[in-house]
Design a binder for this molecule. Structure first.
Ligand code: CLF
Ligand code: SF4
Length: 305
């Protein structure tokens, strides 16, 4: 298929318009536009040492907040109800409670169903990036324009302290072998997405004494790959995780790191580390209003496979 100048400028306008209405990618949008997370992704394919699987993915959420799990059909029902009550809802995000791409069929089907109902919805996916080489093309084809990838480190020795194991296509990898696969896939996936017109945000969990000194290098690299913004987030030690006794990263230190990295790349300062079933403005979670609207839990959240 050929793409003329008009097509390209139309595509650019479309993504700029969508980004201006995205409360996480645009600071200005976060007071005006709401997002809704669909908790359709219960499983995960890696093991972060700051994660306790009883709770939501810490790469995008506060630990200690559990979610209901929905099937794609239930997710559509819930979307209809929420959209009816929150007209400024602009973004439909999939942020766990596990990994969106470790549950690709549910993620894809949820987006497909909602897309048929509301073609103007803006879709957003959050992932650890392990499965991006496999699914990035489908993400593009599905019409998703905003993807978040969590990249905590580019160095094997640092990553080995953060990840216990990687479950890649049914094989368990630990140590250097595991983190090599993860880092390679994250970087290749980001490159593919940005080369295909997707806005990529990179989340980085700042863990004192582990990856904090290395964060500027991560920011420089993802900028080189075409990422739009980085979101440096504090570690909030999750009860029951391997990092439970690590110190919580102070927000002042996080902001200092954001300032330092801002010379290279746009920084997110307004992240709320929200839950996998968050609904509403970032500063006004209304998820409780919509709890159990769609009946009993459709799928039981289970631990990693
Ligand atoms: Fe959700 Fe994430 Fe999309 Fe936003 S959240 S999947 S990019 S629609 Fe936003 Fe929440 Fe921070 Fe995430 S405030 S945790 S950055
Ligand atoms: Fe937990 Fe998986 Fe998210 Fe890591 S990517 S914090 S293991 S749910």
């Amino acid at each position: 298929m050929t793409c003329n100048y008009q097509d390209i400028s139309q595509a650019s306008r479309d993504i700029i318009n969508k980004t201006n209405k995205h409360p996480c990618f645009s600071f200005e949008a976060h007071h005006k536009y709401a997002r809704m997370h669909l908790p359709v992704a219960p499983q995960c394919n890696i093991s972060c040492n700051y994660c306790n699987r009883k709770f939501d993915c810490v790469n995008e959420s506060r630990p200690g907040v559990t979610s209901e799990i929905l099937t794609p059909k239930k997710a559509l029902e819930k979307f209809k109800k929420v959209k009816g009550k929150i007209p400024n809802l602009s973004v439909v995000g999939i942020a766990g409670p596990g990994d969106a791409l470790a549950n690709w069929e549910s993620t894809k089907e949820s987006i497909r169903l909602i897309g048929q109902y509301d073609p103007d919805a803006i879709y957003c996916i959050s992932t650890n990036g392990l499965m991006l080489p496999k699914y990035a093309q489908q993400i593009v084809e599905l019409g998703v324009k905003h993807v978040t990838v969590t990249v905590n480190s580019l160095q094997r020795n640092i990553s080995a302290k953060i990840y216990k194991y990687i479950n890649y296509e049914g094989e368990i990898y630990t140590g250097a072998a595991g983190v090599d696969v993860l880092i390679t896939n994250q970087l290749a996936g980001i490159k593919y997405l940005t080369s295909n017109g997707i806005m990529v945000k990179v989340n980085i969990v700042m863990i004192k004494g582990v990856n904090d000194q290395h964060i500027p290098e991560v920011v420089k690299k993802v900028k080189e790959l075409g990422a739009f913004i980085t979101n440096i987030m504090p570690l909030i030690p999750a009860q029951g995780s391997a990092f439970a006794h690590y110190p919580e990263t102070n927000i002042k230190e996080v902001n200092k790191m954001r300032k330092l990295c801002e010379v290279d790349m746009k920084q997110m300062y307004h992240c709320k580390q929200c839950r996998a079933d968050a609904i509403g403005l970032l500063s006004d979670d209304r998820s409780k209003e919509f709890k159990n609207d769609t009946g009993k839990l459709a799928v039981k959240k289970r631990d990693i496979v």
